[in-house]
Design a protein around this ligand. Structure first.
Ligand code: SAM
Length: 237
């Protein structure tokens, strides 16, 4: 049994055939050197994981058949990560780590001091898929389109608490204790939040300002630290 795991967009079930794209065929047969008769694990993000057998292998495509379900779908906690995109490699890192660490949705937001005004959503989504493939996840968080933070906050769903990471007096343990339910984490850009964003956040009943310690962390470090703290207190770790 190969250790290869592959995300496919088609819904899966026992006996189901799955056609491979050119890229998937290249990865399985060209890079991983698998061939007809060998098997791998596949998942679609909603039906769990299946052992699948390769029945056709070509340069431009191939065919798999689902043999048996090997794992149930395991949903992450209802946690969104909102972050202001930074440099490309560091933004990729944030998306990859958020998917590995169990964020259910990843939302890039444009703040007053955001360094990058554009993102390639499809590329970031591909990073989330790769992270799920390598970490054994059966769910892939959706990467949302880039949206303006002030508008996202103006339409904020009342039932979702917001862990707003900023220099604050309140430590995470105190701020998060005993508050289960839907949550989101917000990480600012390298330049921090503007005064007007801070005011908007402090005025929101759902928002709680949380400190990640006495040192100023880079935005990518802060994203990992905040996910770790939240998962440790309220999540599925
Ligand atoms: N010069 C910026 C400032 O003074 O706010 C630094 C921003 S920091 C590089 C990027 C983001 O990481 C911040 O907006 C915040 O969301 C988060 N962050 C970094 N260190 C933090 C800390 N010690 N406590 C809470 N959040 C922190």
């Amino acid at each position: 049994m190969s250790k290869v795991r592959l995300y496919v967009e088609q819904s899966l079930g026992e006996g189901q055939s799955v056609s491979l794209t050119r890229e998937q065929a290249h990865y399985l047969f060209g890079v991983m050197r698998l061939g007809v008769g060998e098997d791998l694990h596949i998942f679609d993000g909603q039906s769990g994981e299946y052992r699948a057998e390769i029945v056709e292998a070509g340069k431009r495509g191939g065919l798999l058949v689902c043999v048996e379900r090997t794992r149930e779908l395991q949903m992450p906690p209802d946690l969104w990560l909102l972050f202001a995109p930074i440099k490309k490699a560091r933004t990729d890192f944030i998306v990859e780590k958020a998917a590995e660490m169990g964020a259910a949705r990843i939302c890039p937001v444009l703040t007053a001091f955001t360094n990058a005004e554009r993102i390639r959503r499809d590329r970031l989504q591909a990073h989330a898929v790769e992270a799920a493939e390598q970490c054994g996840g059966t769910f892939v968080p959706e990467v949302a389109e880039l949206a303006r933070l002030d508008r996202v906050l103006a339409d904020w769903p009342a039932e979702r608490r917001l862990m707003f990471c900023d220099e604050a007096l309140v430590g995470a343990r105190e701020a998060l204790s005993g508050a289960p339910g839907p949550w989101a984490i917000l990480i600012g850009p390298e330049g921090g939040f503007s005064d007007s964003e801070r005011r908007q956040l402090h005025d929101m009943e759902a928002a709680v300002a949380v400190s990640l310690g006495p040192r100023i962390l880079r935005a990518d470090t802060a994203a990992v630290a905040a996910l770790t703290v939240w998962q440790g207190i309220l999540g599925d770790w």
